[in-house]
Design a binder for this molecule. Sequence first.
Ligand code: CA
Length: 262
Amino acid sequence: VALKLSAAAVTDVGLLREVNEDSVFTSTDLYAVADGMGGHAAGDVASSLAVTVLRQISDSGELTPETLIQALTSANSAILTSAATHAGQAGMGTTVAGLGVVRLSGVEHWIAFNIGDSRVYRFADGQLQQLTVDHSEIGEMVAAGVIDAATAQVHPRRNVVTRCLGTDPPPDPDIWVFPPVPGERFLICSDGLVVEVPDAGISEALLHEPDAERAAAVLVRMAREAGGRDNITVVVVDHLPTSAEARIDDTTIPRTRLLGSL
Ligand code: CA
């Protein structure tokens, strides 16, 4: 990967759950969060199978949209196979959301993806944008403009996921491919963060903690302080500005022109 990146991941059981059913994975070209579902710690198995398959694809050569989609299909099969052969794993599943680097016509691009309600956000110029659309009853209502994000955050059915890994037929992932812009920052997280911390709080933390490791730690701490009712997993990926860009950004280019150039 030629992009200058800095990343940090934190996963936390939260204050009320006994088991952390989230799994997280980071490498040089792929970052992912999986949020498992299923009783008797089977959710933990499902999310860990998902990140294990993603790790294999990341280790086995250059990531492409095709190998990523193939990996998600393999992860789905691995979860179904395990569920069929182990007592107590029936019906287990997991979300997955992530960000990777792929090469298109020789040029590095981001690829963001999700299945379920784990999220990928982009933060740039002080603006937080959710790139993924939640595959949940409520998330689909938000995307359709039926209810707003604030209503969704407290909606009693916000946990009902409409797509997950561990289903037959396999779920379709949503995929976005887009060009990198130095200075941008990404957040990948499970719903244990967003049920506790509104977007404004997330923005605030991402704005005031320039270091990826500190930002990830602060976000998890905020979710715990707000109740920590679910497992909390956060990955922060910084696409570092080059030193020349950082200097120009600070001193010479008016803010409006920077925004306009994106
Ligand atoms: Ca969760």
